[in-house]
Design a protein around this ligand. Sequence first.
Ligand code: NAI
Ligand code: 13P
Length: 332
Amino acid sequence: MTFHHAGVIGAGAWGTALAQVCARAGLQVTLQARETEVVASINDAHENALFLPGVTLEPTIRATADMSALADCDLILAVAPAQHLRSALAALAPHLKAGVPVVLCAKGVEQGSLKLMTEVAAETIPDAPIAVLSGPSFAGEVARGLPTAVTLACDDEELARVIAHAIATPTFRPYVAGDMIGAEAGGAVKNVLAIACGVVEGKGLGRSAHASVITRGFAELTRFAVALGARAETLNGLCGLGDLVLTCSSPQSRNMSVGLALGQGLTLEQALAGKLSVAEGVASAPAVRALARKLGVEVPICEAVAAILDGDLAVDAAIAGLLSRPLKSEGF
Ligand SMILES: NC(=O)C1=CN([C@@H]2O[C@H](COP(=O)(O)OP(=O)(O)OC[C@H]3O[C@@H](n4cnc5c(N)ncnc54)[C@H](O)[C@@H]3O)[C@@H](O)[C@H]2O)C=CC1
Ligand SMILES: O=C(CO)COP(=O)(O)O
């Protein structure tokens, strides 16, 4: 199987960056955007002025608002935000040819249904072969061609390899893996933990606290993913530890910057005011909490983040609550 024409759904920062990757990998690329001004900006100025300003895009990328324009594609990358993936895939479904693989690139858990993105895809495009792309990758860096490695997970090893080869470039390295649940759980939970790390930063709690939140957060993330059916070793890779370290370490992360604002005393409304871009952890935190409770998994940091976002717990009380938990073991 070889691919020639990639369709990318969602022209936010990440969809645009992935379109850029696919174009550099030599694929014809059609990028579907919701916003007509984004379509015009990409086609006329080779820039996504709304979601990825300042990056010159490959001139071969063609943008469209029309989902039916993806009907000729032999590979689809679905990059709508997690809470909108269901409607995006439903809109794609009538135009999706049999056997065309769909790579899920959103990082989140659907609110209400508490479903992972693979479960949303199973309900909306049940016959399509599915893969998951996740890992440490800031859209701006990827679009500029800075070196990046990600996880490309798929049940079908051969398909994972073919997709990885099709989208790889000299600076974009997909590592194949067989565990889609691990890849998507890692991507969803690290966003919630990045909000916690932002709070640590905003409150000035220091580097030691920051390292502790990453480490104990990683334990939470792994417990949660394993309870969902993931393999623990998947989370040691790019889609788990790799993405957690990236997102928790840079205010370039939208999730970390929301936490930073909360830690500095802003309300959630103030932290999100005027932002077009999505901080997935805000929507995923209550879903991760609800799913963890259902699975009987302890996720104290995610619980604290969800309660802060709900407005049910003040930041200082959340910090005091985490520090006063009974002492725990790292194993004997
Ligand atoms: N930006 C990044 O560096 C990375 C983002 N991701 C993930 O990619 C996904 C998309 O994020 P970005 O491209 O960064 O988005 P963005 O924050 O740049 O843009 C927002 C996106 O949401 C879309 N949107 C808004 N309302 C919508 C609706 N009602 N229905 C459908 N779409 C709607 C907009 O059209 C736009 O594509 C997220 O799950 C994110 O976690 C993953 C890796 C890196
Ligand atoms: O997923 C990302 C990096 O891998 C992007 O993180 P933010 O959505 O927090 O900016």
